[in-house]
Write a new protein. Structure first.
Ligand code: MN
Ligand code: MN
Length: 312
């Protein structure tokens, strides 16, 4: 349940997330990090299925002491690498089913779930699992896109552009509990801009971040979350392609890596019960820029959990 030293990690030649032990989730775990290697639901560039392996490699460089929160994240948390969810590669419905089952198993053990995609379609079964265990809760969704498209364009209702439409329609998210940050991509139809807003979603487009800064927005979201449990879904394309080139659908004009980290740190004290990091495509990355940011964002999520544990 402990963490390997950097030396032991090199000695063993294994690549668990953050040099943690690999273990099955049980009631002693605070956090279980699982890979979700699914990218068959993308509308553009594929490759996100390999992110769990590559993010393990990048995460091995991250040390345990948080430079701002001033705590030892992996001393505070019993965190393990839960391995990857074994997904049937040709059947999206079966994939959603196994992802939901495995996520539910982790959450029912009492641990927080950190799911490493994979494309953004995995968030729908993950949110279904969260609802099963925690009921409908607030969701912080960081993305260049609304991800509330319908099946109209592609004749397929379930892909990486639709998870939040289904989540809202299925009542997976608490009333007025969806916060969408970093939105800036062009829309396919006028309805795309209004679908979530009409259902109480709070939208923080890039224009608002440009005007008011990310710190103010983090503060607003933090206040709104209170002490209630919340889920965080981080699509790496929320970050500008200059800082995160390795992604499925890059969109110019996004968050800086500093904005992304500041947003995560600004949620300190909030009650995180699950997080996903999606749309990281290692084969499209340059010099591991996206991987190192992705690993840092996962660490920041784990730090939020560690902070909440210190307070309780
Ligand atoms: Mn996106
Ligand atoms: Mn997305």
């Amino acid at each position: 349940m402990s963490q390997l030293s950097a030396f032991e990690y090199i000695r063993r030649g294994q690549l668990p997330f953050f040099r943690l032990a690999t273990a099955e989730p049980d009631e002693t775990c605070d956090a279980v990090i699982v890979g979700v290697p699914w990218d068959q639901s993308v509308t553009y560039r594929s490759g996100a299925r390999f992110a769990p392996w590559e993010l393990r490699r990048a995460s091995a460089l991250i040390q345990t002491h948080h430079p701002v929160h001033r705590l030892d994240v992996f001393e505070r948390l019993r965190a393990v690498d839960g391995g990857n969810i074994a997904i049937p590669p040709f059947d999206a419905r079966a994939a959603r089913s196994v992802i939901q089952t495995e996520a539910t198993r982790v959450l029912e053990s009492g641990a927080a779930l950190f799911a490493v995609g994979g494309d953004h379609s995995i968030s729908l079964p993950l949110l279904r699992a969260v609802r099963e265990v925690h009921g409908p809760i607030a969701v912080v969704h960081v993305d260049a896109h609304f991800d509330t498209s319908s099946g109209e364009l592609w004749g397929e209702d379930f892909h990486h552009g639709t998870p939040f439409r289904h989540a809202l329609l299925e009542g997976l998210i608490a009333q007025d509990g969806l916060h969408q940050i970093g939105i800036r991509a062009t829309w396919g139809s006028a309805d795309e801009a209004s679908f979530a807003a009409d259902r109480g979603s709070r939208i923080y487009p890039m224009s608002r971040i440009d005007d008011g800064g990310i710190a103010q927005i983090a503060c607003e979201i933090r206040e709104s979350l209170g002490n209630a449990p919340f889920y965080l879904s981080f699509d790496i394309d929320a970050v500008d392609p200059a800082f995160a080139p390795g992604t499925t659908i890059p969109v110019a004009g996004g968050l800086t890596s500093r904005d992304a980290i500041r947003l995560m740190r600004g949620l300190a004290g909030a009650n995180l019960v699950g997080m996903d990091l999606v749309e990281v495509c290692p084969s499209l990355d340059h010099a591991d820029i996206t991987l190192h940011l992705g690993a840092q964002l996962l660490y920041e999520g784990l730090a939020l959990l560690a902070l909440a544990k210190r307070q309780s």
